[in-house]
Design a protein around this ligand. Structure first.
Ligand SMILES: NC(=O)c1ccc[n+]([C@@H]2O[C@H](COP(=O)([O-])OP(=O)(O)OC[C@H]3O[C@@H](n4cnc5c(N)ncnc54)[C@H](OP(=O)(O)O)[C@@H]3O)[C@@H](O)[C@H]2O)c1
Length: 320
């Protein structure tokens, strides 16, 4: 495993993060523990979850992924060895303050995450997406208080446009509050514009660490989806089809085919290697439903793409 510094902070995290959205959704508890064990065995430290995971699944009230990670850390006695990142913002209880980034919501949400995770601190607490109804100064002041009492160590954000990130960075600076030191953003070879258009420059200029989510485009960049073949078994089939089944998507797969063949490596590793070669990227957050999928992604750490490979991928995935 390699380790990278998260933005301008002194915190080192593994160069690949493990996403926990599938825990309790597409993986049961036994498989969740197996995947977490394999990740840590390979030197992985950075684990990303959220309080709402996975409340879109029937019968799942949210909080299930955090609970599983909590039980796993308790059983393994390894809390000190991992970097736990979680998120708050989504609806977690009934009533007017059951969601959002207000002081009323965040304090209760953090307390609940700590209880589910069976820990007394969260390494990286991220605002899951922005809340237009709450002043950013209220959110940042609340997070600062939580940092000061030791419940949170670093703060980060996710899913917000560049102007809102700038607004938050300026507010932290002006009001001497804790600062967003990481951005969790949807970013992969087939989904570039959201990050590269403006957020990338903000993150580079202000030293904000970037932890991209869905780095394999939900499985599309593994090469198992094909223009003229039957669809693979996955709960993600519909969203993958909707987002990536288009001419640009197929062009990217053609480029991945050729680079993967040159390198003798699976498509997923080439897609992750491209992401890891981006100067602003700290640690892509991968999803894995099996130890085999995890092992395949971890193999990226041995791959370095040369200029011609990078150029081929860049050209095929150019933002149009
Ligand atoms: N901040 C946010 O709003 C947000 C949003 C989404 C995700 N996230 C975070 O990012 C994490 C990762 O997201 P993601 O699951 O979309 O990531 P991803 O890495 O793009 O996709 C992972 C999925 O691809 C398939 N896959 C992975 N390796 C494979 C292999 N070797 N062969 C074949 N298929 C393979 C698996 O799905 P199948 O087996 O079903 O095909 C797997 O669940 C989440 O767990 C979460 O922590 C955050």
């Amino acid at each position: 495993m390699k380790y990278r510094k998260l933005g301008r902070t002194g915190l080192h995290i593994s160069a690949l993060g493990l996403g926990a959205m599938q825990f309790g959704w597409t993986t049961d508890e036994a498989m969740t523990f197996t995947i977490l064990d394999a990740f840590v065995e390979a030197g992985g430290t950075f684990i990303d979850t959220a309080d709402i995971y996975s409340n879109w699944v029937e019968g799942n009230p949210g909080g299930v992924s955090e609970e599983m990670i909590g039980r796993w850390m308790r059983e393994r006695g390894n809390r000190q060895d991992v970097i736990i990142a979680t998120k708050g913002r989504g609806r977690m209880w009934e009533g007017p303050n059951g969601e959002g980034l207000s002081r009323a919501h965040l304090i209760r949400a953090v307390e609940n995450s700590l209880r589910r995770l069976q820990t007394d601190y969260i390494d990286l607490y991220q605002t899951h997406w922005y809340d237009a109804a709450t002043p950013i100064a209220e959110t940042l002041a609340t997070l600062t208080d939580l940092v000061q009492v030791g419940k949170i160590r670093y703060i980060g954000c996710s899913n917000l446009p560049a102007w809102r990130l700038m607004q938050a960075l300026w507010a932290s600076d002006r009001l001497h509050l804790a600062r967003y030191d990481s951005l969790q953003v949807h970013y992969n070879l087939a989904h570039r514009a959201e990050f590269e258009t403006e957020l990338r420059e903000v993150c580079a200029e202000y030293g904000v660490g970037v932890v991209p989510y869905s780095p394999l485009a939900g499985g599309f960049l593994t090469g198992k989806y094909r223009r003229d073949a039957s669809l693979p078994e996955s709960v993600r089939v519909r969203s993958v089809q909707r987002r990536y089944f288009n001419e640009r998507g197929w062009r990217i797969l053609d480029a991945l085919d050729s680079v993967a063949q040159d390198c003798g490596a699976p498509h997923s590793q080439i897609a992750l290697a491209w992401l890891l070669s981006r100067p602003t990227v700290t640690s892509p957050i991968i999803g894995a439903n099996t130890p085999l999928q995890l092992a395949s992604s971890l193999g990226v750490l041995d791959i370095v793409l040369d200029e011609t490979h990078l150029a081929r991928l860049e050209e095929a995935s150019a933002i149009i």
